[in-house]
Design a protein around this ligand. Sequence first.
Ligand code: FAS
Ligand code: PHB
Length: 395
Amino acid sequence: MVKSTSTQVVIVGAGPAGLLLSHLLDLEGIASVLLENRSGEYVLGRIRAGVLESSSVELLEQVGVGDRLRREGFEHRGIYLQWPEERHHIDFVDHVGRPVWIYGQTELTKDLMQAREAAGQRSFYEVDDVTLHDIESERPSVRFVSAEGEPREVVGQVVAGCDGFHGPSRHAIPADLQRTWDHAYPYAWLGVLADVPPSTDDLIYAWHPEGFALHSMRSETVSRLYLQVDPDDDIANWSDDRIWESLAARLGDGQNGWHLQAGPITEKSILPMRSFVATPMRHGRLFLAGDAGHIVPPTGAKGLNLAIADVAVLSGALAALLKDGRSDLADAYSETALRRVWRCTHFSWWMTSMLHAHGDDFDAQLQLAQLRWVARSGAAAAGLAENYAGLPIGY
Ligand code: FAS
Ligand code: PHB
């Protein structure tokens, strides 16, 4: 016997997109149920993004989940672009009047989880066998097996697919109505979390003939660093010493008196890189948001910010649909969201292609020419700044 409950919006996935969407809908007086196939601890344990655009921070503050971010996050004016013997600061505030914020996705997810729990959000964690039904009707539903092994269903007026790249929602859209673009890059990132104070104030994006490196951070005592590796490389090939040696060489250790401080590595993993876009992001009463609809390589620090922008647009569209009976914003949702998705997909591809050497010397000369142009041309630097610091939501 399937135990059935009902709500207005059934949200599949309780990562940043699903959690923030439930919060925004609640502020509109719209009820939702969150379904997540992992435990809350597991979701919090995933080490992911670190950079928030100004528009993301402003939204989070406006909706009451930005206090700790403002207290514990770091406001950064810009980034450094580095290549052998040269390092140039690109100042976003000078160019476009907006900074970015460093605040780990784990911390944001924690804040969102606490806000939803305080609001009495109905959530099911550790669910299994999630399937979507009747998404072309006005009473779509999601069936699943609860953590206690009970077959259940939630019937809603809308289903929001916030279940990331590997979730079921995108696949509920008929394949003959769907178009996807999937671009794999010939390299991956080895991500490192280390208990060592950052050796830099702003992030360093480094081009090097041996491969890309990035120096980011999570706090005054924890650094987050990445280095380019082959997609089929094995983390077992990377001792802590080899990681620090490669990072030091690529980030310019010793250049103009700058040194990279090494320290205990607490987490290391290899992350694949791809650009992926699926259209449409809406079919019937199913709406996709975040990684469920698109994936960008992390070089542009856009993935998390795109998820936030999607649900900011989606919550307004669902409020108009479910409260006012107006379908215009819902009908335009996919086109509105995809305009920003493609802009961020291009920027992420451009940053990735400019910064990752992969053996072709002609490409390397083009990459260095691009870096010198951005470092020396105010117009070029303003273009990078506008995209990295983020375009207004609803761009
Ligand atoms: P998420 O994938 O975060 O959340 C989807 C949720 O749905 C997950 O909790 C998942 O468990 C759940 N789910 C999946 N299948 C389900 C099912 N069948 N039923 C119920 N729930 C289900 N972005 C950056 O900007 N910078 C970075 O450095 C960066 N690093 C990343 C590293 C990795 C390894 C990955 C995978 C992504 C990274 N990203 C980065 C992008 C990342 O931050 C995403 O953009 C962000 O998590 C998007 O949030 P969601 O759309 O909520 O998707
Ligand atoms: C991070 O801090 O995890 C981070 C920062 C910038 C990026 C990617 C990842 O482009």
